[in-house]
Design a protein around this ligand. Structure first.
Ligand code: ARG
Length: 462
């Protein structure tokens, strides 16, 4: 295109100012949509043949040209032009340069319904990829849990040691969180799966466009029911980003556990060298940077959600150019969660557990103080009283600076005559875990059953 020529044809006497061009272009980032934009154009062209707008040869030329352009872009050989503003104009103009029939492609179509279509197609693929990556991370968690099935760690509340749990139980908690993320994406995908094309700029078309045909061609479940909504709706992007924000928060929490566990203070795990970094100053350092960046990157996914909501809140109907700002936020969110999921799945395969350190941490008999209260309950003591009596024993042990298991029987009897020697049997981590039989508890048998259940579910997702 000559420098002063306008893209908008007759209405414009001069070309765009250079600053306007730089300020308004989106081709530098929306080229990301090229495969989906081309798929949309191919389906649209086939429909134009069906309704008699295109002749057979014209359709053949358009499909051939679009195929050539796609191959060139794939190969990195396509000459993108910032003068042509966005991915849609670049592809259409290149097509028309090569095949005059390209000038008929935009019949009954606006970039408003075109961009919404490309975004929805792109997002459908993206969600499927994210779901696979979630399954990969779940699989890595389950594999790790199975590998270290015998390891017991303290479970924490308030970051204070609370009760012993299997490490596998702790890891399975993340598998559950990720499963909800998977389900939220599946639910969001239903509302992405709607074809906007055929809505025109705002008010449909006077041409007899066959929207159902295009929907079928592109694999959309439904066509949109309101042309104004169709060109201005970006709810599906917000929903996707909301699901991703929660997913990112889950990854951030997992990161935090891994970071804590790899400290000298906890020493529960060692992350493999290839998945840690050193310090430029301190030679002894081995830093859990992947986990830290996983935690850090959740910030931008949350930020993107806020940006998108803010972008939409003041927009009058229908399409406004503001909507172009949705793309970088969407792409950034998708790339961030996808790369985090994939690297976490890989890293978890390179974590070594220090079983002895875990055992030392879980061996504190006070972690079973609640079990002793339960023992009293079984002897008929009301729980509130039992809680109080065990609290007195804890205080006595502290005062005498001895482990609670070393309190002499005579002292136990002074606290309550109900105590006898068999009460001390609760102070075994194994007993503590095995006697927990409620659904969802860290009983080794139940945890193994959960692992088997997840293995089966995840095998079905491959
Ligand atoms: N690049 C534009 C976007 O992302 C495409 C739609 C342009 N529509 C328009 N009426 N200017 O929103």
């Amino acid at each position: 295109m000559a420098k002063n020529e306008s893209m908008w044809g007759g209405r414009f006497k001069s070309g765009a100012a250079e600053r306007l061009r730089d300020y308004t272009e989106s081709v530098s980032f929306d080229r990301n949509l090229y495969r989906h934009d081309i798929a949309g154009s191919m389906a649209h062209a086939k429909m134009l043949l069906k309704i008699g707008v295109l002749k057979k040869q014209e359709l053949a030329d358009i499909l051939k040209g679009l195929g050539e352009i796609r191959a060139e872009i794939d190969a990195g050989k396509f000459a993108w032009s910032i003068e042509r503003e966005d991915v849609h104009m670049n592809i259409e103009a290149a097509l028309t340069e090569r095949y005059p029939a390209g000038a008929k492609l935009h019949t009954g179509r606006s970039r408003n319904d075109q961009v919404a279509t490309a975004m929805r197609l792109w997002l459908k693929d993206q969600i499927a990829e994210n779901q696979q990556a979630i399954a990969a991370l779940q699989t890595a968690l389950v594999t790790w849990a199975m590998r270290d099935i015998a390891v017991v760690i303290p479970g924490y509340t308030h970051l204070q040691r609370a009760q012993p749990v299997l490490l596998a139980h702790h890891l399975l908690a993340y598998v559950e969180m990720l499963e909800r993320d998977h389900a939220r994406l599946a639910d969001a995908a239903k509302r992405v799966d709607v074809l906007p094309l055929g809505s025109g700029a705002i008010a449909g078309s006077t041409l007899p466009l066959d929207r159902a045909f295009v929907a079928k061609e592109l694999g959309f479940a439904r066509v949109s029911e309101n042309s104004m909504d169709a060109v201005s709706d970006r709810d599906f992007i917000v929903e996707y980003n909301a699901a991703c924000a929660l997913l990112a928060v889950h990854l951030s929490r997992l990161s935090e556990d891994l970071i804590l566990w790899s400290t000298a203070e906890f020493h529960f795990i060692r992350i493999g060298d290839a998945y840690t970094t050193g310090s430029s100053l301190m030679p002894q350092k081995k830093n859990p940077d992947i986990a830290e960046l996983g935690r850090g990157k959740s910030a931008r996914v949350i930020g993107n959600l806020v940006s998108l909501l803010t972008l939409l809140k003041g927009l009058p109907m229908t399409y406004n150019r503001d909507l172009q700002e949705d793309k970088e936020r969407l792409f950034d969110t998708a790339k961030t969660v996808q790369s985090s999921l994939l690297i976490f799945a890989e890293m978890l395969g390179h974590i070594e557990v220090d079983a002895a350190a875990c055992q030392r941490a879980a061996a504190d008999p006070l972690l079973l103080a609640t079990d002793l209260a339960d023992w009293l309950v079984r002897k008929g003591v009301p729980f509130r009283n039992a809680h109080h009596l065990v609290g007195a024993a804890v205080a006595l042990a502290e005062e005498k600076k001895i482990p609670i298991t070393q309190i002499p029987l005579a002292d136990w009897k002074k606290i309550s005559p109900v105590f006898d020697k068999s009460a001390l049997e609760v102070f075994s981590v194994e007993t503590g875990l095995q006697t927990r039989t409620t659904i969802g508890s860290p009983n080794p048998k139940l945890v193994k059953a959960q692992l088997a259940r997840w293995k089966k579910i995840l095998a079905g997702r491959k």
